[in-house]
Design a protein. Sequence first.
Length: 270
Amino acid sequence: MKSFKNHFSLVIALLGILFSLQVFFIVDRAVLAYKENLAKHYSLVLVSQKTLVSEEILKLDKNFSELLELSPDSVIKELNSGFSQKNIELLKLTLPKFYKLKLRIYPSPKELADISQKLLKNSSIGKVETFSKTHDTTYKLLLLFKTVITVFAATLLIVTILLIFKELRIWQFKHSERMSIMGLFGAPVWLRSAVLFRLAIVDALIATLLSFLLFSYISTNDLVLAQFESIGIEVTLFNTIEDSLIMLGVSMVVSILLATFIVLGHKEEV
């Protein structure tokens, strides 16, 4: 029981850091996936008096996916208020050509402005309709959501690191007498603090294992997956190899660095 208490607080604190980190990864991937999904339903409308060559337009920007010419029939249908067939045919000849330009990734407002400028440099294009008002509102909502999650994760990270530092400090005080005795016998600092580092490393491994099990379960949970499917996106909730290595690295670095600071602080006090 005593051994369990020694590890419990530190493991929970490290678990909190890894949880907030993985949640940030999931949100970042979800936002990216949602932007890709939005891009499938979002497109620019180009107006030109001449026929545009698809290859020339697409090479202007790597985000351009596909250029499609729109049929004038749909435009005329909106204007049609009893026109004769002859007048409709004449109208088709005088109407400019309309094109739908699809993108690979949903752009930011700045990227959208840059894209518009690139297109307008083409003398054949007379107007670019970006639907900027609707676009900017949607993008700002995405950005706000990501910012809130980032602030939450950063706050949790800072608070948890302080708790870990305090926990290691308390653990050091419990063993200060033993460490002082070892110092009197000439034991180097690293040897006196070996138990502290062992505690930090073992707890980092335990926290990583628990995080692995937790997110492995979440990533296969039907209820969680259904939530993402309901908004039409597919997100990798947990990359077994990549995310596990990041978790292990973060937990080890945090634990060992905090233990090192405590040891160096104790050395200065002595």
